[in-house]
Ligand binder design. Structure first.
Ligand SMILES: [Zn+2]
Ligand SMILES: [Zn+2]
Ligand SMILES: [Zn+2]
Length: 311
């Protein structure tokens, strides 16, 4: 490894060059042909030159050769047996195949089986621009300034495939809650870079029946995680880092409640935990979890890490 390099950057391509490299019909057709030929778990996925040429709809071998040469070393790897996609090549084709680049499906607000924990009314699910929005049709939800929103979580467009609105809601929760757990564990789920989470506790919190003027939220504590590398970001009430803590899961399990963090029931339960300040530690937040007269108190520090569990 060269001094001053971190290994991972050795063959890094400036972003503008990456767009130029892939931004050509013949080159995309070559990447797509390698993708079509690819079989997960096959012992060798290399496509011989002549076969690759046959798979791509281009007349002129010289032109084909030129574009294949441009891709090789970046999105395509050459082996003794032929050509195959490299890791960056997979990323670019997957983005296209999964519809993240070209597809923009929508789902009009649709009633689902779940109900709002605040008012008991049915909730509606809508999908717009890569986000599944869950809104209460009767009350202001948890984010009154956003039209009754209970939450809005990301889901790639392929997540809508073959699913009814209830299925879209379940898929969104399964997909997004685990990605947030990844962020809380310090790893960006989008690009893998290190991520630092932080907790903000409002100094002057007074939400009344709506949101607090000082912090703009109904919740006393808000957890944020932002990836400096790719700008993937997430903001959540303080329940999220507690929801997959072993002491929380066993507390519920001991009382016959199966707490699975990536479910509607767990999110609703979490929204109901009582937030408290920690005397003498204004940057900390305590969440009081109660069930059948029993309690557990979880303290989060400014990095949104559970640092104390009290019985
Ligand atoms: Zn409601
Ligand atoms: Zn506030
Ligand atoms: Zn990232």
């Amino acid at each position: 490894m060269a001094p001053g390099s971190n290994g991972g950057d050795r063959d890094a391509l400036p972003p503008d060059d990456a767009f130029t490299l892939a931004g050509n019909g013949t080159r995309m057709a070559i990447l797509r042909a390698l993708w079509d030929a690819y079989e997960p778990y096959a012992s060798d996925n290399a496509v011989p030159f002549s076969e690759l040429f046959d798979r791509v709809d281009v007349e002129d071998t010289g032109n084909f050769n030129y574009h294949l040469g441009k891709l090789t070393g970046h999105f395509v790897r050459r082996t003794d047996a032929g050509y195959e996609l490299s890791a960056p090549g997979f990323r670019i084709v997957r983005a296209v195949v999964a519809g993240g680049v070209t597809g923009n499906p929508a789902l009009a607000p649709s009633r689902v089986g779940e109900t709002c924990d605040r008012c008991g009314s049915p909730v509606a699910v809508a999908y717009e621009d890569g986000i599944t929005w869950v809104r209460c049709r009767s009350c202001e939800g948890y984010w009154p300034q956003r039209g009754g929103e209970i939450f809005g979580f990301g889901l790639p467009p392929n997540g809508l495939r073959g699913r009814d609105p209830d299925g879209v809601l379940d898929a969104t929760i399964a997909y997004s809650i685990r990605r947030f757990e990844t962020m809380i564990d310090g790893v960006c789920p989008e690009c893998g870079a290190p991520v630092a989470a932080s907790l903000a506790v409002c100094d002057d919190h007074d939400p009344g029946e709506g949101v607090c003027d000082a912090c703009g939220s109904r919740f006393l504590g808000v957890v944020s995680a932002v990836c400096d590398s790719c700008k993937f970001h997430w903001r959540s009430p303080g329940y999220a880092p507690v929801s997959h803590h072993p002491a929380l899961i066993s507390f519920y399990d001991d009382r016959g409640v199966e707490h699975v963090p990536a479910t509607w029931a767990a999110i609703e339960r979490g929204f109901g935990w009582v937030e408290e300040r920690v005397p003498g530690a204004p940057d900390r937040l305590r969440l009081v979890v109660g069930h059948d007269g029993h309690e557990r108190r979880f303290t989060l520090d400014r990095t949104a890490t559970v640092v104390d569990v009290e019985r």
